[in-house]
Design a protein around this ligand. Structure first.
Ligand code: AMP
Ligand code: GLY
Length: 416
């Protein structure tokens, strides 16, 4: 079976890499891809937001599976367009992707399904916003209702800032603040009429979103990640499946919009138990990178099983022992701006070391040189005997790569 991966980022490079290592996948194609993916996949150009163009490319290449990485094409219905031409596609329908595309919709589903989450109010006027802020008190949490690539959320003690953010959006969700560490649990979901939705949770992972050490500075797409989490109970992922993922996908099926693909639960572990912060309808970036590095069973049966409604016939994923750590290297100015065209050196020295590998995100080729082309430029992922070992190897890898203005997080807190 040949596979086409849609997207350009680190998550998609990690998917391409895992598929290329999997005997179940013959040729791996990526569109538009990035220079790093070219080592494992054949690249094609496509507008990822144009469902008909993606479907036409899949037909032309004769692939047996399309994997859509990013949220924007999923919310725009690109997976539906691929399925319409009869090709299995990993990724939810546009309607089911509303779990990520609208925070108000996600809250409504969670309420109906009895899934624990922050209390929240959907507001469209300044008066409603002020009333909601005062109901919950500081720290204030104000979220733009639509897709905003992680930038639509403001968490602040400053009431004026919270109100200003709300006024800059059409519709916001104001919610109570959840304290406690954040954990990501991804459920691979497949649906068929007879069995309903099968959910296989992956290992819990943690992503660090702030740009600076000590969780300071603005939010980014995610600066580093690791798995597994030794500080959560062994049955944590299964508990999340039972209390969060399964009730959510069952509610989606009940509404006539079954969910398939990855349901990503962003969770806060609070003193009152686990609460959902947000849902995403896709793999997380960068968490996918350590997760796929640690996945022992092949990836393609899981993705194909989810895409064709036969996931219950596929064995659940199994994992290597040890741990995996990913450190993201971002360009100068990120996340406010990003610097393009800075020459990157050192990535080729890592390609032969199996324990450490480089995942490309925002890179490009210019005059034969690898250069920066985005905010998150690349990520170094290492597998080790435990988190400390994997982390040491990842930082060793980071030390071998350089480009002007490179930023990465250096903090290595014990256990986190
Ligand atoms: P979201 O886009 O909903 O994931 O929000 C982005 C980030 O804002 C999250 O990763 C959290 O760090 C933070 N955040 C969102 N909602 C809350 C909340 N209710 N309480 C505390 N922090 C939150
Ligand atoms: N790791 C955060 C995200 O993928 O949204």
């Amino acid at each position: 079976m040949d596979v086409l991966v849609i997207g350009t980022g680190g998550r998609e490079h990690a998917l391409v890499r895992a598929l290329a290592a999997d005997r179940g996948a013959d040729t791996v194609y990526a569109a538009p891809g990035n220079p790093g993916m070219a080592a494992q996949a054949t690249l094609h150009d496509v507008d990822v937001m144009d469902g008909d163009a993606v479907a036409a490319l899949a037909v032309e290449l004769g692939v047996g599976l399309v994997v859509v990485g990013p949220e924007a094409p999923l919310v725009a219905g690109v997976a539906d367009a691929v399925r319409r031409v009869g090709i299995p596609c990993f990724g939810p329908t546009g309607e089911a992707a509303r779990l990520e595309g609208s925070k108000a919709f996600a809250k409504d589903v969670m309420t109906a399904a009895g899934v624990p989450t922050a209390r929240a109010q959907v507001c469209t006027t300044a008066a409603e916003v002020v009333a909601a802020l005062d109901t919950y008190g500081p720290p204030y949490v104000v979220k733009d209702d639509g897709l905003a690539a992680g930038k639509g959320v403001v968490v602040t003690d400053d009431r004026h800032l919270a109100i200003d953010h709300a006024l800059a959006c059409d519709r916001v969700v104001v919610e109570e603040f959840l304290d406690g560490p954040e954990i990501s649990v991804f459920g691979v979901c497949g649906w068929n009429e007879a069995d309903g939705t099968t959910v296989y949770p992956l290992l819990p992972a943690q992503d660090f979103k702030r740009i600076h050490d000590g969780d300071r500075g603005p939010n980014t797409g995610g600066m580093r990640a690791y798995t597994p989490l030794t500080w959560v109970p062994d049955d944590f992922a299964d508990e999340v499946r039972r209390t969060v993922l399964q009730p959510t996908v069952d509610e989606m099926a009940r509404r006539g919009t079954p969910f398939s693909g990855v349901l990503y639960a962003g969770l806060a572990v609070t003193s009152r138990g686990v609460r959902v912060i947000e849902f995403n309808a896709r793999f997380g970036d960068p968490e996918t990178q350590p997760l796929l590095a640690l996945l022992d069973s092949p990836l393609s049966p899981l993705l194909l099983g989810a895409a064709t409604g036969t996931l219950a016939d596929v064995s659940p994923p199994t994992w290597k022992s040890g741990a995996a750590v990913t450190v993201v290297m971002a360009s100068k100015g990120y996340p406010e701006t990003s610097s393009k065209g800075d020459v990157i050196v050192g990535t080729e020295t890592l390609t032969r070391d199996l324990a450490v590998h480089v995942i490309h995100a925002g890179t490009a080729l210019a005059d034969g040189h690898l250069v920066t082309a985005g905010g998150r430029v690349l990520a170094v992922t290492a597998v080790g005997a435990d988190v400390a070992d994997a982390r040491a190897k990842a930082y060793e890898g980071v030390g071998m790569i350089s480009f002007p203005g490179a930023q990465w997080r250096r903090d290595i807190a014990a256990g986190r």
